[in-house]
Design a protein around this ligand. Structure first.
Ligand code: THU
Length: 144
């Protein structure tokens, strides 16, 4: 059975919702939570962390990746993203690239529309970032 078919998407989404409670978003008031699932089944949380110098803001997904790396995890199978919107929020372009660095085959778990009892959506990261630039592209082109 593949990793994605054994994935407990609802549980991962719940972890993302819990992480969202910690968001620091006084400027946008748009709180985001992320939960990154590692290959060994560990769930690593992330939330957006804003700054009065707005451009320094870090998204929930990138906080989760940094948090995971700092804890020694490098292999990820899925990430769930939770916001307060009625429709699912896709990861921003910068987060797509950062996720792709470690997990080009990642599954992105998004909530069903508000009020729906449907299962969470599971979308390949490659759908959000087709033909992404990854570590192997760099090593292929380094001058001697
Ligand atoms: N944000 C995320 O945390 N993840 C995304 O993928 C999109 C945007 C945050 C950044 C900022 O704190 C707020 O949402 C509004 O852009």
């Amino acid at each position: 059975m593949s990793e994605s078919s054994t994935l407990d998407a609802r549980a991962l989404l719940e972890a993302a919702r819990a992480a969202r409670e910690q968001a620091y978003a006084p400027y946008s008031r748009f709180r985001v939570g992320a939960a990154l699932l590692t290959a060994d089944g560990t769930v690593i949380p992330g939330c957006n962390v804003e700054n009065v110098s707005y451009g320094l803001t870090v998204c929930a997904e990138r906080v989760a990746v940094s948090n995971a790396i700092a804890q020694g995890h490098r292999t990820f199978t899925a990430v769930a993203i939770a916001t307060g919107t009625a429709q699912a929020t896709p990861p921003c372009g910068m987060c797509r690239q950062v996720l792709f660095e470690f997990a080009p085959d990642l599954v992105v778990v998004l909530p069903p529309p508000e009020g729906s009892e449907a299962e969470p959506e599971q979308v390949p990261l490659r759908e959000f970032l087709p033909r992404g630039f990854g570590p192997s592209d760099l090593s292929a082109g380094i001058d001697p």
